[in-house]
Design a protein around this ligand. Structure first.
Ligand SMILES: Cc1cc2nc3c(=O)[nH]c(=O)nc-3n(C[C@H](O)[C@H](O)[C@H](O)COP(=O)(O)OP(=O)(O)OC[C@H]3O[C@@H](n4cnc5c(N)ncnc54)[C@H](O)[C@@H]3O)c2cc1C
Length: 429
């Protein structure tokens, strides 16, 4: 049996849900009750891919100005989610402390520049002294003299289980046509190259538009259309430390520790949650792509149980890092941990908006920070589909067309280039 809808969204992670809600609301607003439907297809259950692993952190500081601006918009939406999704989700607003190495005279040049560029966008992100940082961080956090501190008071944090519940509610009340446990198998295209039908193991669906929100799975899904989507995954380990409830202060902000390369937050009633950030260096990102385990299994590797446990050595490394930062961790208990994966692109920027080959295909891929941007990316996809809206001018910088042959050749050269030698860099340390 073939169903007919206006837009098919592939992937029921946070970005697929956000795209479905915003697009359905927009179609209703523009076309009254014309019954133009959005169908959201998820091969397992909602928010089960990488969206099942996020830390619930929403912060705006970002070295890419447009990304910072969108993050600020997203934060405002998250705070008033009911205005766009029809449901509210509670959050904590203890802000975020950013810690960097002092590169001279009590400053870090890069971070000073970042603070200046954020102030143009009306994002509060300012340097504070160690005494102020200690007060905000609460007494259990160790701060050092060779560090500098920045405070972002507008950063907020969510409980991921509550976000998941809010997603289901929003999908229900916005009357999205939802198909869980339905696998997209392929496409039928017309003479103009546009997708006319999405083929699934649960019936085929005719449509006007298709949104790719399949994250790490998208390279294999769209390969049959000759579209090369440069998304890979980077391993990230997560550990939760159980602490005494007498030792912690629930006002603890998010701690973005760029000296020890770790993010910390409190969650689940007194656990310190930690994981490392994504690689930032192009050569390391390129190497992650070249060693991409997705080549063998596709995105299913993300949910394969045999890939989720941490080894003793990995936990010990995290313990060393966490002990430097938390006074009481000496007597804390390893509560739980898992290996997970960031979805990444070559330049760590998102892929958004219309595809450059298939005229009715739109991408919504988050590049390792998709959770926080979700409400704004949903609106942006609705803008791109309907050709109108407040974010329409923000899309170009994130178009898939930037990854042309030339770009990808330079990118791969970062791995196979002349810099690689047999001499280990650390040998002379
Ligand atoms: C440890 C960790 C911490 C993180 N913390 C944060 C954070 O604090 N803040 C933040 O902003 N981001 C964070 N992130 C990143 C964030 O979780 C991801 O960027 C985001 O969840 C990606 O969402 P998505 O919807 O694009 O992808 P996914 O959630 O992976 O969704 C893709 C979906 O597509 C479905 N699918 C695949 N193939 C098919 C098919 N053939 N047919 C139908 N459906 C299909 C999959 O089943 C999956 O559900 C974190 C990530 C990790 C790993």
């Amino acid at each position: 049996m073939t169903n007919t809808v206006n837009t098919v969204i592939i992937g029921g992670g946070i970005l697929g849900c956000a795209s479905a809600i915003s697009t359905q609301k927009r179609l209703r607003k523009l076309n009254g009750n014309s019954n133009e439907k959005v169908c959201l297809i998820e091969k397992t259950v909602l928010s089960s891919g990488i969206s099942a692993r996020h830390s619930g952190i929403v912060r705006s500081a970002n070295a890419v100005k447009k990304a910072a601006k969108l993050a600020k918009n997203a934060t405002d939406y998250w705070k008033n989610l009911v205005s766009i999704w029809g449901v509210q989700c509670e959050y904590e607003s203890n802000g975020a402390i950013w810690i960097a190495r002092d590169t001279g005279s009590g400053k870090n040049e890069d971070w000073t520049k970042l603070a200046e560029s954020l102030s143009d966008l009306d994002i509060q992100f300012g340097q504070i002294d160690k005494h102020q940082a200690q007060e905000i961080c609460t007494k259990n956090v160790n701060l050092q003299d060779d560090e500098v501190f920045y405070f972002e008071p507008g950063a907020i944090q969510f409980d991921p289980t509550k976000v998941r519940r809010a997603l289901y509610e929003a999908i229900k009340i916005n009357k999205i046509d939802i198909k869980e446990k339905t696998n997209v198998k392929g496409f039928v295209t017309g003479n103009d190259g546009k997708i006319t039908k999405v083929l699934t193991d649960n019936g085929d669906i005719s449509c006007e538009n298709v949104v790719n929100a399949a994250g790490a799975w998208s390279p294999s899904i769209f390969d049959s259309l000759g579209i090369n989507i440069p998304v890979s995954i980077e391993t990230v380990n997560v550990v939760n430390w159980l602490t005494s409830q007498f030792d912690i202060d629930y006002k603890m902000p998010i701690i973005a520790d760029y000296k020890n390369l770790a993010y910390f937050r409190l969650w689940r009633n007194g656990e310190i949650h930690m994981h490392q950030p994504r690689h930032r260096n192009t050569r390391e990102i390129a190497r992650t792509f070249s060693e991409n385990p997705l080549h063998i299994t596709g995105g299913d590797l993300v949910n394969d149980p045999t890939n989720q446990s941490l080894g003793y050595g990995q936990i010990r490394i995290y313990e060393d890092i966490a002990r430097k930062r938390f006074a009481e961790l000496e007597n804390s208990i390893y509560s739980s941990g898992y290996r997970s994966y960031f979805d990444i692109t070559p330049d760590l920027k998102f892929i958004l908006g219309k595809d450059d080959k298939v005229g009715n295909l739109f991408h919504c891929l988050g590049s390792g920070q998709g959770f926080k941007y979700a409400p704004v990316f949903g609106e942006l996809i609705a803008d791109a589909i309907t050709g109108d809206g407040v974010f329409i001018d923000e899309i170009d910088e994130f178009s898939i067309s930037r990854f042309d042959d030339n770009y990808m050749k330079n990118f791969w050269d970062q791995v196979s280039g002349s810099e690689n030698t047999l001499v280990a860099e650390a040998a002379s340390l």
